[in-house]
Design a protein around this ligand. Structure first.
Ligand SMILES: Nc1ncnc2c1ncn2[C@@H]1O[C@H](COP(=O)(O)OP(=O)(O)O)[C@@H](O)[C@H]1O
Ligand SMILES: [Mg+2]
Length: 376
């Protein structure tokens, strides 16, 4: 039946990808009833890549990376590989997921963990997208299709005419006709992971051919999911990773999938623990009486407004000096309010519930910008 190794019997065909023919198979000797997936090389020019896929998967051993059970050559000498069958299919075939926040993040974390393990072994996937992430019978995502991956300690030098990942998911630095020597590969995977995260929550492919994610307000998940302010955390992950400039991804703290995995883990922990986003542009119900709304402590608010004006005027950040003329009076006010030691300690932002008087106070220096979004 076709060009098949004797030990495997074809059960049915799977969706065809770029590199191989894929089939669901079973062992011909009937020693077990388990179904596996056999992928056979389609284009013999790609044999080098196929061998690299085998090499990469054999090098890795992680619950979220697809394992190779066996590999070899078909009767007509085409290489093939056999992997466990992920019965949930690829993420893409599951369609837009419309997931609640924590469910989506818990789905995304193991994907990052699989890629992080690869990065730690110097394997770079370069084709991360929903069609290459498979889901096991019990719902665990598994990163598969290392068909165009790169292994750092092989002789291979990335050439500009080799196969590329999907144009929507592939990082900009790997898209062009020429790949610059010295291009870092880990941040390229980080970029694709950021796009997968966006897709998980929207079912949309974020194009981003012209602009960075953060440049488009209508793309902003925090805006789109305004009933769940914690989406701001997800937004921050996407903003940090879906950047055209790889150096910017690195500056944002996402050098590789290990960084991203750890950040996703931290975000999950924070949301599970009831961590909140403090957005001064939105009314915030008191967490104690659930009746009144928080308002900034008036004296400090006056100074804060004044400070924002001054910063806007100057367009400078040199005033962010806690011993400067701007901050000292605020610090005094903060000190008077909560008895904090003053010198050297940041001025708190103080919010008071206008009904019950419950007070919340936050470190001033945790404001990432002067836009009014505080994330203590
Ligand atoms: N182990 C597997 N379990 C379930 N589906 C799989 C498996 N391997 C491949 N597939 C399906 O076959 C498609 C093509 O396989 P893939 O490994 O991505 O090859 P290609 O290099 O041809 O893209 C995938 O998108 C997926 O739908
Ligand atoms: Mg594929």
């Amino acid at each position: 039946m076709g060009d098949f190794p004797q030990k495997w019997t074809r059960v049915r065909d799977l969706v065809e990808g770029g590199q191989g023919h894929t089939y669901v198979v079973m062992r011909s000797d009937g020693s077990e009833r388990t179904e596996y997936v056999l992928k056979r090389l389609k284009n013999s020019k790609r044999e080098e890549y196929f061998q690299r896929e085998i090499q990469a998967c054999e090098k890795l051993n992680h619950p979220n990376v697809l394992k190779i059970i066996e590999h070899g050559k078909t009767p007509s000498n085409k290489p093939y590989l056999v992997t466990p069958y992920c019965k949930g299919g690829s993420l893409e075939t599951r369609g837009p997921l419309d997931l609640p926040l924590l469910v989506g993040l818990r789905m995304f974390l193991p994907i990052c963990a699989g890629v992080a393990d690869a990065h730690q072994s110097k394997v770079f996937h370069l084709d991360i997208k929903p069609a290459n992430i498979f889901v096991s019978e019990d719902g665990v995502p598994v990163v598969g299709d290392f068909g165009i991956c790169f292994i750092e300690d092989t002789e291979y030098v990335m050439s500009s005419d080799g196969p590329r990942g999907s144009m929507y998911y592939c990082a900009h630095e790997l898209r062009g006709p020429k790949i610059r020597p010295g291009t870092l590969l880990a941040p390229a995977d980080v970029y694709s992971l950021g796009k997968v995260l966006y897709w998980l929550f929207t079912g949309d492919v974020y194009d981003g051919s012209q602009e960075d994610y953060s440049d488009l307000v209508e793309r902003n998940l925090a805006e789109r999911f305004s009933s769940a302010p914690e989406f701001a955390f997800v937004d921050e992950l996407i903003k940090g990773t879906v950047q055209r400039d790889p150096q910017q991804r690195i500056r944002n703290g996402f050098s590789n999938a290990v960084d991203l995995r750890d950040r996703v883990q931290a975000v999950i922990k924070r949301i599970e623990a009831g961590g909140r986003v403090l957005d001064l542009s939105k009314p915030m119900l008191c967490i104690f009486c659930a009746r009144g709304y928080y308002l900034p402590y008036p004296r400090i608010l006056g100074m804060w407004t004044d400070l924002k004006d001054r910063l806007a005027d100057k367009g400078q950040h040199d005033e962010w000096n806690f011993n400067s003329q701007t901050f000292v009076p605020m610090r005094v006010a903060g000190t008077n309010f909560d008895g904090s030691s003053g010198i050297g300690s940041p001025v708190p932002l103080v919010l008071v519930c206008q009904y019950c008087g419950n007070v919340q106070s936050f470190r001033f220096d945790l404001t990432p910008d002067a836009a009014g979004l505080w994330k203590p």
